[in-house]
Design a protein around this ligand. Sequence first.
Ligand SMILES: [Fe+2]
Ligand SMILES: [Fe+2]
Length: 168
Amino acid sequence: MANGFVTNEPNRFFSQGFILEDFVGADDTMGTQELIERLNEALGWELRAVNMYAHYAANIQGIHRLQLDPMFNGEATESLAHADVVRRAIVKLGGVPVTERNPHPIVHTTEFKAMLERSLETETKAAEVYANIIQLVEKVGDQEMYDAIEQIYLAELRSLEDLRLILA
Ligand SMILES: [Fe+2]
Ligand SMILES: [Fe+2]
């Protein structure tokens, strides 16, 4: 019985892949792990953006409600779609997507200018996060994933430029 335990032990470790994972393709694994972490960071920001834009769409008051309710609603819907793409990319890479939003506070206000400034802050952060991710996806070499993330990155840049002009 004792002998059986001793001879089985190396096989058990090998069959669980400890040896292979530690010594084969270490660079690829590190690149993938970093990409999963960055994608999870982006997912946290998207989940926060869904909440923030939905909150502002519901709370916007005054004449600007006519334009900003649809605009904020559109941004909330877009963030939900971005979150879906990012979540699926994380799963494809073998990671576990986060379920909590980024903890950066969502400031309550009914004033349009404050909402737009918070939106600009959020889109600036999103553009920064995806600019970083796009380089990591390129290294991993998944063309479909690269195209999907690039579309998100370009959408963040468009929102950023729109907000910059609205606030100008
Ligand atoms: Fe987004
Ligand atoms: Fe965005």
